[in-house]
Design a protein around this ligand. Sequence first.
Ligand code: NAI
Length: 265
Amino acid sequence: MGTYAISGAASGIGAATRAKLENGGHTVIGIDLRDAEVIGDLSTPDGRESAIAATIERCGGTLDGLVTAAGLGPPVRGNLIARVNYFGSHALLTGLRPALAAAGAAQVVQIGSNSSTTTPNLPVKLIDAYLTGDEEGAVAIVDAMPEPFDGAMAYGGSKLAISRWCRRNAVTDEWVGAGITMNVIAPGPVQTPLFQAGKDDKDFGPLMEDFPIPTGEPAMPDLLADWIVFMLSPAARFACGSVVFVDGGADALIRSDAWPDTFPM
Ligand code: NAI
Protein backbone atom coordinates (compact mmCIF):
# COMPACT_ATOMS: atom_id res chain seq x y z
CA MET A 1 0.00 0.00 0.00
CA GLY A 2 1.21 3.49 -0.82
CA THR A 3 1.24 6.98 0.62
CA TYR A 4 -0.27 9.70 -1.57
CA ALA A 5 -0.51 13.47 -1.13
CA ILE A 6 -3.58 15.18 -2.58
CA SER A 7 -4.02 18.94 -2.65
CA GLY A 8 -7.63 20.06 -2.62
CA ALA A 9 -8.56 16.85 -0.79
CA ALA A 10 -11.39 18.48 1.18
CA SER A 11 -13.83 18.78 -1.72
CA GLY A 12 -14.90 17.69 -5.18
CA ILE A 13 -12.50 15.66 -7.32
CA GLY A 14 -9.77 15.66 -4.66
CA ALA A 15 -12.13 14.36 -1.97
CA ALA A 16 -13.50 11.64 -4.28
CA THR A 17 -9.95 10.56 -5.12
CA ARG A 18 -9.03 10.48 -1.44
CA ALA A 19 -12.01 8.22 -0.68
CA LYS A 20 -11.11 5.75 -3.43
CA LEU A 21 -7.45 5.55 -2.46
CA GLU A 22 -8.34 5.07 1.21
CA ASN A 23 -10.87 2.38 0.29
CA GLY A 24 -8.04 0.65 -1.53
CA GLY A 25 -6.01 0.61 1.69
CA HIS A 26 -3.66 3.49 0.84
CA THR A 27 -2.67 6.36 3.13
CA VAL A 28 -3.65 9.84 2.00
CA ILE A 29 -2.15 13.12 3.18
CA GLY A 30 -4.68 15.78 2.26
CA ILE A 31 -3.47 19.35 1.77
CA ASP A 32 -6.18 21.98 1.90
CA LEU A 33 -7.47 25.12 3.61
CA ARG A 34 -9.64 22.93 5.87
CA ASP A 35 -10.53 19.30 6.66
CA ALA A 36 -7.11 17.92 5.79
CA GLU A 37 -4.06 16.44 7.46
CA VAL A 38 -2.03 19.42 6.26
CA ILE A 39 -3.78 22.77 6.51
CA GLY A 40 -2.13 25.26 4.20
CA ASP A 41 -2.93 28.18 1.95
CA LEU A 42 -1.43 27.47 -1.47
CA SER A 43 -2.00 31.06 -2.61
CA THR A 44 1.01 32.35 -0.64
CA PRO A 45 4.72 31.46 -0.63
CA ASP A 46 4.65 30.96 3.17
CA GLY A 47 1.57 28.72 2.99
CA ARG A 48 3.13 26.62 0.25
CA GLU A 49 6.41 26.28 2.12
CA SER A 50 4.78 25.17 5.35
CA ALA A 51 2.45 22.76 3.49
CA ILE A 52 5.43 21.14 1.77
CA ALA A 53 7.37 20.85 5.04
CA ALA A 54 4.38 19.36 6.88
CA THR A 55 3.71 16.88 4.06
CA ILE A 56 7.33 15.71 4.03
CA GLU A 57 7.25 15.30 7.80
CA ARG A 58 4.01 13.28 7.65
CA CYS A 59 5.18 10.94 4.89
CA GLY A 60 8.63 10.48 6.39
CA GLY A 61 10.30 11.78 3.22
CA THR A 62 8.83 9.20 0.82
CA LEU A 63 5.70 9.65 -1.33
CA ASP A 64 4.31 7.11 -3.80
CA GLY A 65 2.19 9.68 -5.55
CA LEU A 66 0.90 13.22 -5.72
CA VAL A 67 -2.35 14.63 -7.08
CA THR A 68 -2.49 18.41 -7.48
CA ALA A 69 -6.22 19.09 -7.36
CA ALA A 70 -6.46 22.32 -5.32
CA GLY A 71 -7.96 24.95 -7.52
CA LEU A 72 -10.31 27.89 -7.92
CA GLY A 73 -12.37 29.00 -10.89
CA PRO A 74 -14.42 31.99 -12.04
CA PRO A 75 -16.11 34.01 -10.60
CA VAL A 76 -13.13 34.09 -8.20
CA ARG A 77 -10.84 36.94 -9.28
CA GLY A 78 -8.06 36.05 -11.66
CA ASN A 79 -5.14 36.97 -9.43
CA LEU A 80 -6.14 34.40 -6.78
CA ILE A 81 -6.81 31.78 -9.45
CA ALA A 82 -3.33 32.36 -10.88
CA ARG A 83 -1.68 32.07 -7.47
CA VAL A 84 -3.47 28.88 -6.41
CA ASN A 85 -3.97 26.98 -9.67
CA TYR A 86 -0.55 27.41 -11.22
CA PHE A 87 1.92 28.67 -8.63
CA GLY A 88 0.47 26.67 -5.72
CA SER A 89 0.48 23.46 -7.76
CA HIS A 90 3.94 24.15 -9.18
CA ALA A 91 5.37 24.72 -5.69
CA LEU A 92 4.00 21.37 -4.50
CA LEU A 93 5.42 19.58 -7.54
CA THR A 94 8.93 20.93 -7.11
CA GLY A 95 8.88 20.91 -3.30
CA LEU A 96 7.67 17.31 -3.05
CA ARG A 97 9.78 15.99 -5.95
CA PRO A 98 12.56 14.70 -3.67
CA ALA A 99 10.02 12.70 -1.63
CA LEU A 100 8.56 11.28 -4.86
CA ALA A 101 12.03 10.38 -6.12
CA ALA A 102 12.72 8.60 -2.84
CA ALA A 103 9.90 6.14 -3.59
CA GLY A 104 11.68 4.88 -6.72
CA ALA A 105 8.53 4.51 -8.85
CA ALA A 106 6.20 7.39 -7.96
CA GLN A 107 3.35 8.73 -10.06
CA VAL A 108 1.95 12.25 -10.33
CA VAL A 109 -1.40 13.37 -11.67
CA GLN A 110 -1.93 17.08 -12.20
CA ILE A 111 -5.48 18.29 -12.70
CA GLY A 112 -5.64 20.40 -15.82
CA SER A 113 -8.85 21.23 -17.65
CA ASN A 114 -10.28 21.34 -21.13
CA SER A 115 -10.36 25.11 -20.54
CA SER A 116 -6.69 24.92 -21.56
CA THR A 117 -7.68 24.25 -25.16
CA THR A 118 -11.21 25.64 -25.39
CA THR A 119 -10.71 29.16 -23.98
CA PRO A 120 -10.14 31.49 -26.95
CA ASN A 121 -7.51 34.23 -26.98
CA LEU A 122 -5.41 33.13 -24.01
CA PRO A 123 -2.55 35.67 -24.03
CA VAL A 124 0.85 34.16 -24.83
CA LYS A 125 2.51 36.58 -22.40
CA LEU A 126 0.38 35.15 -19.58
CA ILE A 127 1.38 31.58 -20.43
CA ASP A 128 5.02 32.70 -20.57
CA ALA A 129 4.74 34.40 -17.17
CA TYR A 130 3.37 31.18 -15.67
CA LEU A 131 6.03 29.01 -17.26
CA THR A 132 8.94 31.28 -16.30
CA GLY A 133 7.75 31.34 -12.68
CA ASP A 134 6.98 35.07 -12.79
CA GLU A 135 4.13 35.07 -10.28
CA GLU A 136 3.86 38.83 -9.84
CA GLY A 137 4.09 39.28 -13.64
CA ALA A 138 1.25 36.81 -14.20
CA VAL A 139 -0.86 38.51 -11.54
CA ALA A 140 -0.20 41.95 -13.08
CA ILE A 141 -1.27 40.69 -16.54
CA VAL A 142 -4.47 39.25 -15.11
CA ASP A 143 -5.17 42.34 -12.98
CA ALA A 144 -5.02 44.50 -16.11
CA MET A 145 -7.86 42.52 -17.71
CA PRO A 146 -11.47 43.67 -17.38
CA GLU A 147 -13.70 41.85 -14.91
CA PRO A 148 -15.06 39.19 -15.22
CA PHE A 149 -12.72 37.94 -17.99
CA ASP A 150 -9.65 38.07 -15.72
CA GLY A 151 -10.91 34.90 -13.98
CA ALA A 152 -11.53 32.96 -17.19
CA MET A 153 -8.16 33.97 -18.66
CA ALA A 154 -6.26 33.21 -15.45
CA TYR A 155 -8.05 29.84 -15.25
CA GLY A 156 -7.61 28.66 -18.84
CA GLY A 157 -4.06 30.03 -18.87
CA SER A 158 -3.14 28.24 -15.65
CA LYS A 159 -4.38 24.94 -17.04
CA LEU A 160 -2.60 25.40 -20.37
CA ALA A 161 0.63 26.24 -18.51
CA ILE A 162 0.21 23.24 -16.18
CA SER A 163 -0.16 20.96 -19.21
CA ARG A 164 2.78 22.44 -21.05
CA TRP A 165 4.97 22.34 -17.94
CA CYS A 166 4.10 18.69 -17.51
CA ARG A 167 4.96 17.82 -21.12
CA ARG A 168 8.26 19.72 -20.92
CA ASN A 169 9.34 18.28 -17.58
CA ALA A 170 7.86 14.77 -17.34
CA VAL A 171 10.46 13.41 -19.76
CA THR A 172 13.52 14.93 -18.05
CA ASP A 173 16.13 13.32 -15.79
CA GLU A 174 14.63 15.11 -12.79
CA TRP A 175 11.27 13.39 -13.26
CA VAL A 176 11.14 10.21 -15.31
CA GLY A 177 14.88 9.85 -14.76
CA ALA A 178 14.14 9.73 -11.03
CA GLY A 179 11.48 7.07 -11.57
CA ILE A 180 8.56 9.52 -11.38
CA THR A 181 5.95 9.39 -14.13
CA MET A 182 3.84 12.55 -14.41
CA ASN A 183 0.68 13.16 -16.41
CA VAL A 184 -2.23 15.59 -16.60
CA ILE A 185 -5.93 14.78 -16.58
CA ALA A 186 -8.01 17.45 -18.33
CA PRO A 187 -11.64 17.20 -17.18
CA GLY A 188 -14.62 18.93 -18.69
CA PRO A 189 -17.55 20.03 -16.50
CA VAL A 190 -17.70 18.10 -13.22
CA GLN A 191 -20.46 18.65 -10.68
CA THR A 192 -18.49 20.14 -7.75
CA PRO A 193 -18.69 23.32 -5.64
CA LEU A 194 -16.21 25.00 -8.04
CA PHE A 195 -18.43 24.19 -11.01
CA GLN A 196 -21.63 25.19 -9.19
CA ALA A 197 -20.15 28.57 -8.17
CA GLY A 198 -19.51 29.30 -11.84
CA LYS A 199 -22.99 28.19 -12.83
CA ASP A 200 -24.56 30.40 -10.16
CA ASP A 201 -22.69 33.48 -11.36
CA LYS A 202 -24.62 35.97 -13.48
CA ASP A 203 -21.82 36.38 -16.02
CA PHE A 204 -20.43 32.84 -16.19
CA GLY A 205 -23.62 30.88 -15.61
CA PRO A 206 -25.02 31.50 -19.13
CA LEU A 207 -21.63 30.79 -20.74
CA MET A 208 -21.37 27.50 -18.87
CA GLU A 209 -24.91 26.57 -19.87
CA ASP A 210 -23.90 27.06 -23.51
CA PHE A 211 -20.65 25.09 -23.23
CA PRO A 212 -20.98 21.89 -25.27
CA ILE A 213 -20.87 18.45 -23.65
CA PRO A 214 -21.22 16.01 -26.56
CA THR A 215 -21.79 13.03 -24.24
CA GLY A 216 -24.63 14.83 -22.45
CA GLU A 217 -24.40 15.81 -18.78
CA PRO A 218 -21.53 17.02 -16.54
CA ALA A 219 -19.58 14.20 -14.89
CA MET A 220 -19.69 13.39 -11.19
CA PRO A 221 -16.43 13.66 -9.17
CA ASP A 222 -16.36 9.89 -8.60
CA LEU A 223 -15.90 9.26 -12.31
CA LEU A 224 -12.83 11.51 -12.46
CA ALA A 225 -11.51 9.87 -9.29
CA ASP A 226 -11.64 6.47 -11.02
CA TRP A 227 -9.48 7.86 -13.82
CA ILE A 228 -7.03 9.46 -11.39
CA VAL A 229 -6.69 6.26 -9.36
CA PHE A 230 -5.99 4.41 -12.62
CA MET A 231 -3.40 7.05 -13.56
CA LEU A 232 -1.68 6.35 -10.22
CA SER A 233 -1.71 2.59 -10.78
CA PRO A 234 1.04 0.34 -12.23
CA ALA A 235 -0.97 0.00 -15.46
CA ALA A 236 -0.37 3.70 -16.13
CA ARG A 237 3.44 3.55 -15.80
CA PHE A 238 3.94 3.70 -19.57
CA ALA A 239 2.14 7.05 -19.75
CA CYS A 240 4.55 9.96 -19.30
CA GLY A 241 3.82 13.59 -20.12
CA SER A 242 0.34 12.73 -21.39
CA VAL A 243 -2.56 15.17 -21.20
CA VAL A 244 -5.62 12.95 -20.92
CA PHE A 245 -8.90 14.66 -21.85
CA VAL A 246 -11.88 13.24 -19.97
CA ASP A 247 -14.30 15.96 -20.94
CA GLY A 248 -17.34 14.50 -22.64
CA GLY A 249 -15.90 15.37 -26.05
CA ALA A 250 -15.77 19.19 -25.89
CA ASP A 251 -12.08 19.47 -26.79
CA ALA A 252 -12.55 17.13 -29.76
CA LEU A 253 -15.62 19.07 -30.87
CA ILE A 254 -14.11 22.55 -30.59
CA ARG A 255 -10.51 21.76 -31.62
CA SER A 256 -10.92 18.66 -33.80
CA ASP A 257 -7.84 19.19 -35.96
CA ALA A 258 -5.58 21.03 -33.51
CA TRP A 259 -3.78 17.82 -32.51
CA PRO A 260 -2.35 15.44 -33.67
CA ASP A 261 -0.77 17.55 -36.37
CA THR A 262 1.97 17.31 -38.96
CA PHE A 263 5.26 19.12 -38.46
CA PRO A 264 8.06 20.20 -40.79
CA MET A 265 11.56 18.68 -40.55
P1 NAI B 1 -13.71 22.02 -5.43
O1 NAI B 1 -14.03 23.44 -5.18
O2 NAI B 1 -14.71 20.99 -5.09
O3 NAI B 1 -12.34 21.62 -4.70
C1 NAI B 1 -11.20 22.45 -4.77
C2 NAI B 1 -10.43 22.34 -3.46
O4 NAI B 1 -9.29 23.21 -3.55
C3 NAI B 1 -11.23 22.76 -2.22
O5 NAI B 1 -11.19 21.77 -1.22
C4 NAI B 1 -10.56 24.03 -1.78
O6 NAI B 1 -10.59 24.26 -0.39
C5 NAI B 1 -9.13 23.81 -2.27
N1 NAI B 1 -8.42 25.09 -2.35
C6 NAI B 1 -8.87 26.24 -2.94
N2 NAI B 1 -8.01 27.25 -2.69
C7 NAI B 1 -7.00 26.73 -1.96
C8 NAI B 1 -5.84 27.28 -1.36
N3 NAI B 1 -5.53 28.60 -1.47
N4 NAI B 1 -5.01 26.47 -0.68
C9 NAI B 1 -5.32 25.15 -0.52
N5 NAI B 1 -6.42 24.57 -1.04
C10 NAI B 1 -7.25 25.36 -1.74
O7 NAI B 1 -13.32 21.95 -6.97
P2 NAI B 1 -13.10 20.74 -8.00
O8 NAI B 1 -14.01 20.98 -9.10
O9 NAI B 1 -13.05 19.43 -7.33
O10 NAI B 1 -11.65 21.12 -8.54
C11 NAI B 1 -10.53 20.26 -8.43
C12 NAI B 1 -9.62 20.57 -9.60
O11 NAI B 1 -10.26 20.15 -10.80
C13 NAI B 1 -9.30 22.04 -9.77
O12 NAI B 1 -7.94 22.19 -10.11
C14 NAI B 1 -10.17 22.46 -10.93
O13 NAI B 1 -9.63 23.54 -11.64
C15 NAI B 1 -10.17 21.18 -11.74
N6 NAI B 1 -11.26 21.08 -12.70
C16 NAI B 1 -12.56 21.11 -12.29
C17 NAI B 1 -13.57 21.05 -13.20
C18 NAI B 1 -15.01 21.10 -12.80
O14 NAI B 1 -15.87 21.27 -13.69
N7 NAI B 1 -15.35 20.95 -11.54
C19 NAI B 1 -13.29 20.94 -14.65
C20 NAI B 1 -11.90 20.91 -14.98
C21 NAI B 1 -10.93 20.98 -14.03
